[in-house]
Design a protein around this ligand. Sequence first.
Ligand code: NAP
Length: 247
Amino acid sequence: MNTPKNAQVAIVTGASRGIGAAVAQRLAKDGFAVAVNYASSSAEADALVAQLTAAGAKAVAVKADVSNADDVRRMFETTEQQLGKVDVLVNNAGVLKTVPLADTSDALYDQTFDINVRGTFNTLREAAARMNDGGRIVNFSSTTLALNMPGYAIYNATKAAVESFTHVFAKELRGRNITVNAVAPGPIATSLFLDGKTEEQIQTFAKMPPLQRLGQPDDIASVVAFLAGPDAGWINGQILRANGGIA
Ligand code: NAP
């Protein structure tokens, strides 16, 4: 996993756990120097960086709440200082609580929009000013947007906003040779999906795709690696639904 000299630099938001951690591992394996962003899980982020570094990769843990514009500015500055100018931005950080719309508190609405939408907005705005030409941006939507299940109104609304950002921002970066795409996973076995569900509910979700299993973080990391890599250069402004065929 040795990071080559003059390696391209990737920021992965929310990389302390779950899908983001798998993405950081995969990008490091593919030769990127990786900024492992986290908001509160410093022990997990430090452990991941130690693991990547021990394997010969270049990686740093960067604490930043993506919903805070100053934090995001500092995250780009720290990454530039420690690894170099950014080539790849993966907007993975996100939160989900399933609650019927009528029972959703103002606080939950604000938190979900602040992290999923404002967080993505903050990093995209910063990326426009700071990323290298020829770079790649990968946002995170969700296949729940296509399923319209009860309890997902607020979350789906945030992911609809992320999809809109993706389509428009791809066009606004005309001339920079930067692609902007989104991956929309189906159910993936991380705490975001598993927490609060009964074994029966988990099994119901696992049986939904024709491939008859839950996705694993690595299933999504390989999609992100593709979109971030040289083979995806002609894919731009697209949403890639990686979900085993659920929808
Ligand atoms: P997860 O296991 O709950 O991990 C979430 C990550 O986001 C953690 O590293 C967390 O770090 C970070 N994070 C949360 N709030 C943050 C903030 N304000 N600033 C920076 N980082 C923050 O979630 P996941 O399942 O890996 O989900 C990753 C992405 O995939 C999300 O955008 C989610 O909507 C999307 N997705 C997931 C599924 C699924 O089934 N799992 C399906 C479709 C889409 P800290 O612990 O440090 O806060």
